[in-house]
Design a protein around this ligand. Structure first.
Ligand SMILES: [Zn+2]
Length: 65
């Protein structure tokens, strides 16, 4: 069983050690990284184990169509 979150963390930990959230791919519940690391296992309240990293909103001018 692979755990993509942990693999990503090893690579991005330096630049994203704060304000990192993960969203459950099934129910969309967001969990902060610090909360996840406190858990005995990476698992959503719904029981799903796959999360995607949610980057904090970047303040940047983006032209809308
Ligand atoms: Zn969930």
């Amino acid at each position: 069983m692979s755990e993509p979150i942990q693999e990503n963390n090893q690579r991005e930990e330096k630049q994203a050690s704060f304000s990192v959230f993960y969203a459950c791919m099934r129910c969309g519940t967001k969990v902060s990284q610090s909360e996840l690391t406190r858990l005995p296992e990476i698992k959503c309240i719904c029981g799903f184990r796959v999360f995607t990293k949610v980057r904090p909103p970047v303040v940047k001018t983006i032209k809308a169509f």
